[in-house]
Design a binder for this molecule. Structure first.
Ligand SMILES: [Zn+2]
Length: 356
């Protein structure tokens, strides 16, 4: 993987970059739709690509449990298995182990947990195993196992989790054999504490990761804290490597964080909101079931060029949603992803012109 910093804005920390992988080049800033289980919910891979998605994110924890990394490897890797030939980033599963799994027990060596799916079978993730799983999946960008502290945790606990995370990341990088196909990112943790974020960033800068993620945000903390941590941490990261703000991807988040120098974003929200009848609009989120759309023959967003906005009215999509037609979800998912793709393209154009 190769990252080229194409332009840094003269007005802010905003950057336009180019991330080249064997499955294609990615223009940054970029929003990555999430296909947790190997599918962007409600869309075929062609529909996802048609919206301008350059890379998707998939989830190691979920794919490890169902259908299993061995099966995906036998199918020829995740790209082939899910019929997606553009880049894929896989997360480490750390966040899901700590938020979804039952009875999770952390040791110096790794984390033991019981699966919520297969009758409570015990599993253990180690930093090394998580690298091996992602190698089987064949993703373009891999993430290391980390400990995700709740945002309400005491500072001593966040510091303890951070030191274990840094040890795991070092072990994971050592286990990861550099190869032409996959890239490995480090994750900066440290909760809402600037000194811990600094300790984390400094340590990881000393290790040769291909890019750096800011983790442990978008976990329920106030938005002001998210922005403070993103801005503070981005400034600590090496300028010649891509920066990825994990789990953040509402339109206002992108507008706010791109000027901090963040290059990559992902969130389940655009697809999840669509399944809850909610779509992005210039003034914020709107719900299609709102009565004001009942006889409104305008599109979801007048200025949007997506398939849904070019061909369908709010009144029609509202009718579909009320009738629980699956097409309502498909159309709003198309719109929400296209909306973020258009937003990042517009931000990139503004960066290249030094407008933001
Ligand atoms: Zn649209």
């Amino acid at each position: 993987m190769k990252f080229t910093l194409v332009h840094k804005s003269a007005r802010s920390g905003a950057r336009a970059g180019l991330l080249e992988t064997v499955h294609g080049a990615i223009e940054t800033p970029v929003f990555m739709p999430v296909g947790t289980l190997g599918a962007v919910k409600a869309l075929t891979p062609e529909l996802t690509a048609e919206q301008g998605a350059q890379i998707i994110l998939s989830n190691t924890y979920h794919l490890f449990l169902r259908p299993g990394a061995d099966l995906i490897a036998r199918a020829g890797g995740l790209h082939k298995f899910m019929h997606w030939d553009k880049p894929i980033l896989t997360d480490s599963g750390g966040f899901q182990v700590f938020s979804l799994a039952k009875l999770c027990k952390i040791t110096q060596d790794g984390v033991e947990f019981r699966s919520p799916f297969d009758g409570g079978v015990k599993h253990k993730f180690t930093p090394e195993l998580v690298v091996d799983i992602q190698r089987q999946l064949g993703s373009d960008i891999m993430m290391p196992l980390d400990v995700c502290s709740p945002h309400t945790a005491a500072k001593e606990k966040v510091a303890e989790d951070l030191r274990l995370t840094l040890d795991w990341e070092k072990r994971a990088l050592e286990h990861f054999a550099q190869n032409q196909v996959q890239a490995f990112f480090g994750i900066v943790q440290g909760g809402l504490h600037e000194d811990l974020r600094q300790e984390s960033a400094e340590y990881l800068r000393g290790l040769d990761f291909a890019g750096y993620a800011i983790g442990g945000v978008s976990v329920g903390e106030p938005e002001a804290d998210l922005y403070r941590v993103a801005q503070y941490t981005a400034a600590l990261l090496p300028p010649d490597k891509p920066r990825y703000l994990m789990g953040v991807g509402l339109p206002q988040n992108l507008q706010q964080c791109v000027p901090f120098g963040i290059d990559m974003f992902d969130a389940v929200l655009p697809t999840r909101l669509a399944r809850h009848n909610t779509f992005f609009a210039p003034d914020g989120l709107e719900n299609i079931l709102n009565a004001k759309s009942a006889a409104d023959f305008a599109p979801l967003v007048e200025t949007c060029d997506c398939y849904a906005c070019r061909h369908f009215s709010r009144a029609y999509i509202r009718h579909l949603a009320q009738a629980k037609e699956i097409l309502a979800i498909i159309l709003m998912t198309i719109h929400n992803i296209r909306y973020l793709v258009n937003l990042t393209r517009d931000l990139r154009r503004k960066i290249l012109n030094d407008e933001i």
